[in-house]
Design a protein around this ligand. Structure first.
Ligand SMILES: Cc1cc2nc3c(=O)[nH]c(=O)nc-3n(C[C@H](O)[C@H](O)[C@H](O)COP(=O)(O)OP(=O)(O)OC[C@H]3O[C@@H](n4cnc5c(N)ncnc54)[C@H](O)[C@@H]3O)c2cc1C
Length: 399
């Protein structure tokens, strides 16, 4: 490990890996540090991603990255009725349940093949700051402290991100908007292959949802996310999950448990500073409705790599120059979706279970030519005149 690189990347998740690969391909010297002893494990994710989204990065997917191809979805209302998205309707919402143990590792491998250096068990414990400007990171590597300097530091340290805070950026997530999650990898359970299932409602999962994401024969990620402040009797996410599992999969076998957090707040007000770019979950870029953030991390990681390379070439890595990264992602399809989905989430979390039943039952018999979250929301607005007041805030997104 050297003391100086063009680009230092904190975190070896999908955001960090794409940033590293992009910078290395452009001929820069790149160092990725990852605090865990292995890339990709433990997997803190339900591993779902849309086909079109992952297709933006790869012409062909390595079969070992994929646990299951998803062709449809079911949404279960609080009253138990279900809204089924057939494979024909699912259209652009089909996708994959990945195997991130392999996927994340291979993303780093691609970065290393392109010339990046990667060090595991290397944790950033502070920022090197000079005159208020980021110059690198202090890291702990196998018990020793070391300083690494860089022209640009990319903070890709996930939802638990501390690095940007070390640099003076306020990254606080309001407690209500930090979903706490628990997930079992379960086997020996009766599930429909290729169909993801989502349960919503205050009783089952306050301000969140339960998911079943199939991962091969009678096996699935069965998980839950709940708002940080809305649980009953201080029940934890795992308590809600256990209740669900006991009722629905009493004979299933639990072979893994993970817990983690997902932010469903607005993105950081600004995702750059002098010599610093913040990507993926560290920038609070997971989707406020679904909590999904693999694509957003990959997209912003790649963009950060491109903008950092340009700025390093032009010898100017000031906040002003790096702002190109911030303005580009905000005006992208992803940025617009984040803004819209935040407003939609804010409205939906306020609906009672009775209102949710009414909303979801109203779309139950719809035949949509092409499904997307957007078309579903449009239909909900059209078919729920009684909820016009609650839903009126959504109109601006569809006019
Ligand atoms: C239960 C759960 C289910 C989810 N399900 C889905 C899903 O189905 N689909 C989806 O798209 N998204 C899902 N997500 C979100 C998804 O996992 C994240 O959005 C995605 O991993 C973000 O990638 P990232 O690179 O920004 O951060 P991460 O993947 O979190 O990577 C950050 C890395 O930085 C490392 N790190 C942290 N601090 C330091 C430090 N100081 N020094 C060095 N390294 C550090 C961490 O160890 C980690 O490896 C889920 C999340 C949870 C918790």
């Amino acid at each position: 490990m050297k003391n100086e690189y063009d680009v230092l990347i904190i975190g070896g998740g999908p955001g960090g890996a794409l940033a590293a690969k992009t910078c290395a391909e452009k001929g820069l010297s790149v160092c990725i540090i990852e605090k865990r002893p292995a890339i990709g494990v433990p997997v803190r994710c339900a591993e779902g991603i849309g086909e079109d989204l992952i297709g933006e990065f790869f012409d062909e997917l390595n079969p070992k990255w994929i646990s299951e191809k998803i062709k449809g979805a079911k949404l279960i209302s609080p009253d138990g009725s279900s809204f089924y998205l057939s494979p024909e309707m699912a259209g652009n919402e089909v996708g994959y349940v990945l195997d991130r143990k392999f996927f994340d590792r291979d993303l780093i491998w691609l970065a290393v093949e392109s010339g990046a250096e990667c060090y595991v068990k290397a944790r950033a414990v502070d920022a090197i700051m000079e005159d208020g400007v980021v110059k690198g990171a202090v890291i702990e590597y196998f018990g020793e402290k070391k300083e690494i300097r860089a022209k640009v530091v990319i903070a890709a340290d996930g939802v638990e991100s501390k690095f940007s805070r070390y640099c003076g950026v306020d990254t606080t997530v309001p407690l209500r908007e930090l979903e706490t999650c628990a997930q079992y990898l379960m086997t020996d359970i009766d599930i429909e292959p290729g169909i993801t299932v989502f349960y919503v409602g205050r009783e089952v999962s306050p301000e969140g949802y339960i998911w079943i994401f199939p991962k091969g024969d009678r096996t699935a990620n069965v998980g839950i996310g709940i708002s940080g402040t809305q649980s009953k009797d201080s029940s934890r996410a795992k308590d809600y999950l256990d209740k669900y599992v006991k009722k629905n999969f009493p004979d299933g076998k639990i072979i893994e448990l993970i817990v983690g957090g997902v932010s469903v707040c607005k993105p950081l007000e600004c995702t750059v500073a002098d010599n610093l770019i913040i990507v993926g979950d560290a920038a609070r870029l997971s989707d406020p409705i679904t909590g999904g953030g693999i694509y957003n991390a990959m997209y912003t990681g790649r963009l950060a790599g491109e903008v950092a390379s340009e700025c390093i070439r032009s010898n100017d890595c000031s906040k002003e120059k790096l702002m190109k990264y911030d303005t580009t992602w905000r005006s992208s399809r992803m940025g617009k979706a984040l803004e819209r989905n935040y407003q939609i989430k804010e409205i939906f979390v306020k609906l009672s279970d009775a209102q949710l039943n009414s909303v979801l039952n109203s779309v139950n018999n719809l035949v949509m030519k092409e499904f997307s979250t957007l078309t579903l929301i449009k239909e909900i607005i059209k078919t729920n005149p009684r909820l016009v007041k609650e839903l009126s805030g959504l109109r601006k997104f569809f006019e």
